[in-house]
Ligand binder design. Structure first.
Ligand SMILES: Cc1cc2nc3c(=O)[nH]c(=O)nc-3n(C[C@H](O)[C@H](O)[C@H](O)COP(=O)(O)O)c2cc1C
Length: 209
């Protein structure tokens, strides 16, 4: 199957087969793809939380309108934005760049100044919105990678983010839930998988200039 055929195969899975789990290798590969997601300036101002604990997932399901994907999927992936995006955060990132690219810290001083200026320019709310955008890009990478690997997924924003943060203890960790995805394998009786895809016609969606 080509990538486009695989994207046509995927759908927002409503019913997962609870008995089917991702292998450790599949989960590793999926997370490896998510880790490679691009982000603005490369800051990756979010964390990706993999929830398997059944008790926690039962609580999360209540906070997500009872949606069965939360408990029946193989894993629940939470994309949580960093709420402490500040100069210290940028400094840590620059430290990592220096280490990975084997370059002296002082060579990156101008770059650090530029990034700090960008972050300082934003209000607290704007920083969170910005981080959420980056988290959604990672979600997109996860969905595409899952389709490529023949893994089912359901992106979800039908949940109470405040309750999620409380259940997962995210506030204390300087995080706030942005968006989530359930991953696993479709149940046979999930008729949503048989529905024809609804997408705008090309001439309506694309503008060529
Ligand atoms: C950000 C986002 C949030 C979504 N939230 C939910 C959700 O909470 N529950 C759900 O069943 N589907 C959810 N969906 C699935 C969409 O309804 C679905 O992707 C869309 O109707 C297109 O259908 P398809 O993905 O099956 O092709 C969400 C999708 C996205 C991208």
């Amino acid at each position: 199957m080509s990538l486009v055929e695989k994207l046509n195969w995927r759908y927002a899975t409503k019913k997962f087969d609870h008995s089917k789990k991702l292998s450790a290798e599949q989960l590793n590969d999926l997370l490896a793809a998510v880790r490679l997601s691009p982000s603005s300036i490369g800051l990756q101002s979010y964390k990706v939380i993999v929830v398997e604990d059944p008790t926690v997932r039962e609580q999360l399901r209540v906070a997500a309108h009872g949606q069965s994907q939360i408990t029946d999927s193989s894993q629940l992936i939470i994309f949580a934005s960093e709420t402490n995006l500040d100069e210290a955060y940028v400094k840590n990132f620059i430290d990592l760049v220096a280490e990975k690219r084997q370059t002296a810290r002082e060579n990156l001083a101008g770059y650090e100044q530029m990034l700090t200026g960008k972050v300082n320019h934003l209000s607290e709310d704007q920083r969170l919105v910005w981080s959420n955008k980056q988290a959604y890009i990672a979600l997109g990478v996860l969905l595409t990678a899952a389709a490529e690997m023949g893994i089912d997924a359901c992106p979800m924003e039908g949940f109470n983010a405040t309750h999620f943060d409380e259940i997962l203890g995210l506030k204390e960790k300087g995080l706030a839930t942005a968006v989530i995805a359930a991953v696993g394998f479709r149940a046979e009786g999930d008729n949503y998988g048989k529905l024809v895809k609804v997408r705008k016609p090309e001439e309506e969606l694309f503008i060529h200039i």
